[in-house]
Write a protein that binds this ligand. Structure first.
Ligand code: C2E
Ligand code: MG
Ligand code: MG
Ligand code: MG
Length: 289
């Protein structure tokens, strides 16, 4: 009986695993196509604001994918697939090119921030991708900022910091993203002269109700000041969040309160159309791959 039950459990589990794997493979194929055609990928921008002056100092590029059937797919759902399949390199190159070209058109001269994933940083080809994006667009290196997470710095096999140092040598700024959520945050600050620390939104959101989280935000802001590094509070959604991170001494803020990620004006109409279609349920009625 036990054997039969075990078998049953196995059988019940198998189709679910198979379904997930099939879905993953399909999504990867669709993503590959999206990268070739480029018409399903968008780069949205979210402002990063200096608290003291109220000026937008930078805009972070955030990738968006409109899948022909499943409509908008959050980056958290397809970036891991891009990472595992190796498509992330091509995607990262596209993002860099697009971000630098778009920033050239910004009249306020704000910097553009681009997220770099672990595999991109470990590829040994990031320097080349950054340089070609700068050269193709004509954007001064000082107006480009790369955001890396702590997990991207963990690889022992590749000289990630060496590559970042080379890129920083051109004048590109390097930000440490999602600070406080990874391992050995302080060790990373010692190992590399980051230009900016981005305090993860989870600390900011909890800070108004939890003094311990407020203390963490304050200590990181102090740390930034002593190191001469800009500190950005991510995930600022309310006036209360803004008041708190201001009181704790952060220098810049990013979040829905100051502005949601928005499409480039060039894409605004298409994005609105795609979203309206999705809302009306037409996307779900499209032919499955
Ligand atoms: P991240 O770099 O930490 O980006 C910040 C995330 O917080 C974005 O999510 C943004 O939309 C969201 N956000 C901004 N303000 C608020 C707020 O006030 N409240 C809340 N709840 N969220 C806020 P998004 O766009 O879904 O991106 C998620 C992650 O995907 C990013 O985290 C980044 O790690 C990755 N990602 C996005 N675009 C790219 C890209 O072009 N390349 C790579 N490699 N990764 C990317
Ligand atoms: Mg980021
Ligand atoms: Mg972040
Ligand atoms: Mg994040």
């Amino acid at each position: 009986a036990a054997k039969a039950a075990g078998k049953n459990t196995f059988r019940l589990f198998e189709p679910e695993m198979e379904r997930r794997m099939t879905q993953r493979v399909r999504l990867e194929a669709k993503l590959r196509r999206a990268l070739e055609r480029e018409d399903e990928l968008f780069l949205f921008y979210q402002p990063i604001t200096d608290i003291r002056t109220g000026r937008v100092t930078a805009r972070e590029g955030l990738i968006r994918w409109h899948h022909p059937v499943r409509s908008w797919i959050p980056p958290g759902d397809f970036i891991p697939i891009a990472e595992e399949s190796g498509l992330i390199e091509e995607m990262g190159t596209w993002v860099l090119q697009r971000a630098c070209a778009d920033a050239m058109g910004w009249e306020d001269g704000a910097r553009v921030a681009v997220n770099v994933s672990p595999r991109q940083l470990g590829s040994g080809r990031l320097t080349q991708a950054v340089l070609s994006a700068l050269v193709a667009s004509g954007l001064p290196p000082q107006r480009l900022e790369l955001e890396v997470t702590e997990s991207a710095l963990l690889s022992e096999h590749v000289d990630c910091l060496g590559e970042l140092r080379r890129i920083r040598g051109f004048g590109v700024r390097i930000a440490l993203d999602d600070f406080g959520t990874g391992f050995s945050s302080l060790a990373h600050l010692r190992a590399f002269p980051f230009d900016k620390i981005k305090i993860d939104g989870s600390f900011v959101r909890d800070a108004t109700s939890r003094p311990d989280c407020a203390a963490i935000v304050g200590v990181v802001a102090d740390l930034g000041r002593r190191l001469g590094v800009t500190t950005v509070a991510e995930g600022v959604e309310t006036e209360a969040h803004l008041a708190l991170v201001t009181a704790e001494g952060c220098s810049e803020v990013q979040g829905y309160l100051l502005g949601r990620p928005q499409p480039h004006p060039r894409d605004a109409e298409r994005v609105a159309r795609l979203s309206a279609r999705a809302a009306a349920g037409f996307a779900a009625a499209g032919t499955a791959d």
